[in-house]
Design a protein around this ligand. Sequence first.
Ligand code: HEC
Length: 109
Amino acid sequence: MLAILFASVTSFVAVAENGEQLFLENCAECHQADGNGLANIYPALAGSEVVKGSGVDVALVLIIGRGEMPSFSGSISDEDIATIINYVRNAWGNSGDFISAKTINSLQK
Ligand code: HEC
């Protein structure tokens, strides 16, 4: 019980730290470090219904790309894609359940 609790706290901290780093490296150029995007150019991820809605929908945006936004399929590992999604779904007041690298992998088939 304690071990399970400890494991989930550890993975939450890992998502918060790696996720922020990966987000800054891959997404913040457009969506900005504070997740607010740039008006009329890059949509805000903070408070976005898409981002809060479903991890799978966010994954499909990252895998397929959208408009000016490139696809990240193949350029970022499934683990890192999952970590970024879990970060944006739980940063800046957003809250959403976690998606796994396995699900990301299965969506790309
Ligand atoms: C080159 C700029 C650019 C980069 C880099 C970028 N995006 Fe985007 N993103 C966009 C644009 C532009 C849109 C809106 C596309 C459209 O609807 O035509 C968008 C849309 C989205 C959406 C849908 C939001 C909504 O409310 O509809 C999500 C989620 C998203 N991006 C997440 C990310 C994540 C996570 C990363 C990093 C892995 C990322 N983006 C990197 C430009 C970018």
